[in-house]
Ligand binder design. Structure first.
Ligand SMILES: Cc1cc2nc3c(=O)[nH]c(=O)nc-3n(C[C@H](O)[C@H](O)[C@H](O)COP(=O)(O)O)c2cc1C
Length: 350
């Protein structure tokens, strides 16, 4: 469908990196539903060099997730280059993505994430150093710029292309905006004209129709979906079909949503262990249950489960109840509400 460097990407709908969300289980579920490319959440280059165990854990993935990018952040060209080489040698992802878009103060005050958009020569140095350090493709993800007085996306994009970056993702909000206001898709169109490498548009895609509209209006080569995928990995299937023939697959039945929650629980427990996995899944459950008739009573039943065995039992009971109630089991809806401005419980409220 399209290529990043030498990597064939089978779908133009990509899963956004999301800290605290896009671990191995969720990436796999999105991949199953047709996401063309998935990424780890942003990983600290300093943590990698120090071989910090928790940092290294963030980079683990399975073969079924390929093609996959490991995203790194930092402020030092040398450390970013060293960490990229370490990743290439140790975990062998398909690509490395440079995070030039994180607006979280804890990251930007050190000069990393989107703070680098205030220092384009440094950004250039980082990109060149990382491209030279590895033989796999290097991509980057940027925001519009630091604030409305400093919109640099088209210029930064051209510089990154010259530095050897092979694809670019743009989330057209400034650092200062965080998630407020609207993503300015016209900046994606402007940036498209500044580069020839694949451009991935990102920001405020709420539906398959939005994905197509972004591609039509901006000329971007692919779209990246973040918040609309939360509790809704089916968005990728919808985008793929809609881009192909302008139709949408049937909306997912409540029973199938609940079965997927169950599967997701098992995957998280396998990845994190019984206690952590059971409690971590509650964040995803709150997203899956959005739109369920009587969501609050399901939430109450599930949130009180502190251990895998009780959560497993409760989900099985809910599945049984749905199987005995055709109307409820077959109830369908499509996610179409507003996107969360921010995601409670995410690491540092990225
Ligand atoms: C909870 C959360 C965590 C995020 N973590 C990352 C991250 O680790 N790396 C990154 O480049 N962007 C991160 N983002 C930004 C998303 O990748 C994406 O650019 C943003 O959500 C806009 O896309 P959307 O409107 O489709 O959500 C995060 C966003 C959210 C909501």
């Amino acid at each position: 469908m399209f290529k990043i460097g030498n990597i064939e990407i089978s779908s133009k709908a990509l899963l956004a990196p999301m800290a605290g969300v896009t671990g191995h289980p969720f990436r796999l579920l999105c991949k199953d539903q047709g996401a063309g490319l998935v990424y780890t959440e942003f990983v600290s280059a300093n943590g990698i060099i120090r071989e910090n165990e928790k940092t290294l854990d963030l980079m683990k993935f399975t073969e079924a997730e390929r093609p996959i990018g490991v995203q790194i952040f930092g402020e030092s060209p040398e450390i970013l280059a060293q960490s990229a080489k370490y990743i290439e040698d140790m975990v062998k992802p398909d690509l490395i993505d440079l995070n030039f878009g994180c607006p979280v103060p804890k990251v930007t005050k050190k000069g990393a994430g989107s703070a680098i958009l205030k220092d384009l020569p440094l950004m250039d140095e980082v990109a060149q150093a990382v491209v030279e350090a590895v033989s796999i493709p290097v991509t980057a993800k940027i925001r519009s710029g630091w604030n409305h007085g400093c919109i640099v996306a088209p210029v930064a994009a051209a510089a990154l292309q010259d530095a050897g970056i092979v694809a670019l993702t743009l989330h057209p909000r400034t650092t200062k905006q965080l998630y407020t206001g609207e993503a300015d898709w016209s900046l994606i169109a402007e940036t498209r004209k500044a580069i020839t490498i694949p451009l991935i548009g990102n920001g405020d895609i709420k539906s398959a129709e939005d994905a197509k509209r972004m591609m039509d209006e901006t000329g971007c080569d692919a779209v990246m979906v973040g918040r609309r995928a939360l509790g809704n990995p089916w968005i990728f299937r919808e985008i793929n079909q809609y881009l192909k023939n302008g139709t949408l697959p049937d909306a997912v039945r409540l029973l199938d949503r609940m079965k997927l929650c169950h599967r997701h629980l098992y995957m998280e427990v396998q990845a994190m262990g019984n206690f952590r996995g059971t409690n971590y899944i509650k964040k995803h459950l709150s997203w899956y249950l959005k739109g369920f008739p009587g969501a609050s009573s399901y939430r109450q039943r599930l949130y009180t489960c502190m251990e895998f065995a009780t959560m497993d039992h409760e989900i099985n009971k809910i599945i049984d109840e749905l199987e005995n109630d055709d109307d409820l089991a077959n109830f369908t809806y499509r996610e179409d509400g507003p996107l969360f401005p921010n995601v409670p419980g995410s690491k540092d409220n990225y």
